[in-house]
Design a protein around this ligand. Structure first.
Ligand SMILES: CC(C)(COP(=O)(O)OP(=O)(O)OC[C@H]1O[C@@H](n2cnc3c(N)ncnc32)[C@H](O)[C@@H]1OP(=O)(O)O)[C@@H](O)C(=O)NCCC(=O)NCCS
Length: 185
């Protein structure tokens, strides 16, 4: 079972978050958080009305992440609310299983003050302690300047660009970038 010790982090705006593992007790807060982030829409691929996960499905997702020692679900908790999440999934095929991918989001009112930074720091620290994990991948919209800045700060480099991968309107396309960082070097 993948675990990290909870860690308190002081943010740029003077507030404080705790970075800890997400647990089944967080299921409703996590579901509400996803819906909120999708309604806001920034940086997202999925549209809000496409999200249909049930409480039981979300609970199963949390459980399976927590049961796998090479996967991790992190939450940033502040003022009794979950204000950010990060999930890391290891690739399932043996020849790819030295790498995994991450997804993350921070609630709209909490962005740009270091929550994402704190989540990513905890992931990378944990990943460096798991011998099987050598590389972390992610995909990010090319218009997500804040996300790209955060990933580069933590050593991610761009490895590819899917031209016009995201269609936002009839004539509005955005590229999707792939990025990766090696955690063993
Ligand atoms: C992307 C996201 C996860 C980042 O988390 P965050 O808590 O807002 O990020 P942080 O505050 O920790 O760090 C953001 C960094 O980007 C920088 N930044 C912000 N806006 C920027 C811009 N327009 N251009 C360049 N850099 C920018 C900040 O200065 C900060 O860097 P610093 O710590 O060196 O000053 C968060 O904003 C979010 O959830 N966005 C919407 C959903 C999303 O995009 N998810 C990721 C999908 S890949």
């Amino acid at each position: 079972m993948a675990r990290i010790l909870p860690r308190n982090v002081h943010l740029k705006n003077g507030r404080e978050v705790v970075i800890r593992c997400g647990e089944e007790k967080d299921v409703l807060a996590l579901l509400d958080g996803v819906k909120n982030v999708l309604l806001d829409g920034e940086g997202m691929l999925l549209e809000a009305d496409e999200f249909s996960k049930t409480e039981a499905e979300e609970r199963g997702w949390i459980k399976s992440l927590n049961e796998n020692p090479q996967e991790l679900l992190l939450v940033a908790e502040a003022e009794d609310k979950i204000v950010g999440t990060l999930d890391f999934h290891i690739a399932k095929r043996r020849r790819l299983s030295h790498s995994g991918s991450l997804g993350m989001s921070v609630q709209p009112g909490w962005r740009n003050c270091g929550v994402g930074n704190a989540l990513l720091e905890s992931l990378l620290q944990w990943a460096r302690s798991v011998p099987e994990i050598e590389k972390i991948n992610l995909n990010v919209r090319a218009d997500n300047d804040r996300g790209i800045a955060l990933y580069k700060k933590h050593g991610f480099v761009q490895t590819g660009c899917a031209k016009d991968a995201v269609k936002l309107g009839q004539f509005n396309f955005v590229d999707e970038l792939s990025m990766e960082v090696f955690v063993r070097s």
